[in-house]
Write a protein that binds this ligand. Structure first.
Ligand code: HEM
Length: 415
């Protein structure tokens, strides 16, 4: 294929985030991979079809190791002015210190294999399942508090506190520290390269370091303690790796599931027929949660990968050294895979969804996220049969995030 000379499409505008599905369907009809510009001017190839997405997620020619990838960033700018601005901004003022990005989601084998094996020993199915009664109890307490209000923001009252509290339990973050933890985490994922963000990242690192030392000195029944002690044939996580792992689990563990609950609730409130189906047959809940993940999944784009050699995607060849963004949101609406893709249908046969990724980086927390989604959404509907939107759906604001799809606020009436 000829090298791409046309300027990349400026895709990620506020209007796009309000309604991405139409634009993504348009791109899917154009080509299997299309160069688009991110808001800071970086060129990346957006992949929108289900089959290509799934194949590329598991393709070893696509790397995630930013120690190598960082060098590619300057040459992947379409706009020289934006490149200069980016380089001036990064450099010594780089906002993500090395210690927060030596985790498994930013590594290739063999590093990835080793890190994932060590954390797998702490993140067991038994540990996830043992949380069921506590998650149910926490949800019911939050629903009790909601019942005291006629109108409220469901994101703040329910969607955020459940996953955040659960990940704090898992890691063993004491209740008194959670407010600061939340503030740093929000700032860090906001992505803005401000002094405030750099301070938050320094505070987060210092805090995690101290927490890890505390677990080392006084072992508790939590995952961070297990990670400190995780051993595999004499191998152990280094101090930097422990900090990075805790940071990844914290961010991946709540920024995502919050939006499964938010987007799932919105889907239910705008589809009364689905609500009726679920009220009539509770056994449909697991399939319903899978459908919410497909219909408006919380992770709309997989994290960045880059090509280490030219990679053919259908009729397009992505050259070596290019960024690739795999749109999980578009893959979930690919009509070649899902007939009538814009229809919410909880009776679809779901095999091999890519909402949790695919291949070696397939979401480690998927069983926990599914458990939280099923408990929270089912108990919410059972408790508030009259729950309804307090605003017109068109007035809802979606967050402008490259990776996450989620609402700023979800105002509801409880009765
Ligand atoms: C990886 C989605 C919840 C921990 C991923 C990936 C996706 C994803 C798409 C792969 C990204 C890529 O390949 O670029 C989701 C969704 C969630 C969710 C949609 C909620 C509905 C969680 C939770 C945890 C978690 C609750 C932990 C408590 C992780 C970790 C990875 C990961 C550690 C990296 C795995 C690796 O690199 O091997 N997740 N996630 N996630 N997720 Fe999740």
């Amino acid at each position: 294929a000829a090298p791409q000379t046309a300027p990349p499409t400026d895709l990620f505008t506020p209007a796009f985030h309000q309604n991405p599905h139409e634009a993504l369907a348009g791109l899917r009809r154009t080509a299997p991979a299309v160069p688009v510009a991110t808001p800071n001017g970086l060129r990346t190839w957006l992949v929108t079809g289900y089959e290509h997405a799934r194949a590329l997620l598991a393709d070893p020619r696509l790397s995630k190791d930013m120690r190598v990838g960082r060098d590619l960033i300057p040459r992947n700018f379409a706009d020289p002015d934006k490149q200069r601005a980016f380089l001036a901004e990064s450099g010594e003022r780089s906002q993500f210190p090395h210690v927060l990005s030596v985790h498994m989601l930013d590594s290739d084998p063999p590093d990835h294999t080793r890190l994932r094996r060590l954390v797998g020993r702490a993140f067991t199915a038994r540990r996830v399942e043992s949380l069921r009664p506590r998650i149910t109890e926490l949800t019911d307490e939050l629903l009790d508090a909601m019942a005291r209000h006629e109108r409220l923001d469901l994101m703040e009252a329910l969607a955020f506190p459940v996953p955040f509290t659960v990940i704090c339990w898992l890691l063993g973050v004491p209740p008194d520290d959670r407010a600061a933890f939340r503030r740093w985490s929000n700032l860090l994922v906001s992505g803005a390269g401000t002094d405030e963000v750099r301070e938050a990242s320094a505070s987060m690192i210092a805090y995690l370091k101290a927490l890890i030392e505390a677990k080392r000195a006084e072992p508790a029944d939590d995952m961070l303690t297990d990670l400190v002690h995780a051993q595999d044939a004499g191998d152990q996580l280094s101090s930097d790796e422990l900090i990075s792992m805790a940071f990844l689990l914290l961010v991946a563990g709540h920024e995502t599931t919050v939006n499964l609950i938010g987007n799932g609730t919105l889907a239910l409130l705008t589809h009364p027929e689905v609500r009726q189906q679920l009220a009539a047959d509770e056994s449909l809940w697991p399939a319903a949660v899978e459908e919410f993940l497909r219909y408006d999944g919380p992770v709309t784009n997989a994290t960045w990968r880059f090509t280490t050699e030219p990679v053919e995607v259908g009729s397009v060849v992505i050259p070596e050294g290019e960024f690739v963004t795999i749109s999980l949101g578009a893959a979930g609406r690919d009509p070649a895979r899902y007939p009538d893709p814009d229809r919410l249908d909880i009776t679809r046969a779901h095999t091999a969804s890519v909402a949790f990724g695919h291949g070696i980086h397939h979401c480690l927390g998927a069983p926990l996220a599914r458990l939280e989604g099923q408990i929270v959404l089912s108990r919410l509907l059972a408790r508030f049969p009259g729950l309804r939107l307090a605003v017109d759906p068109d007035e809802l604001r979606w967050r402008s995030s490259l990776m996450m799809r989620g609402l700023e606020e979800l105002p509801v009436f409880t009765a």
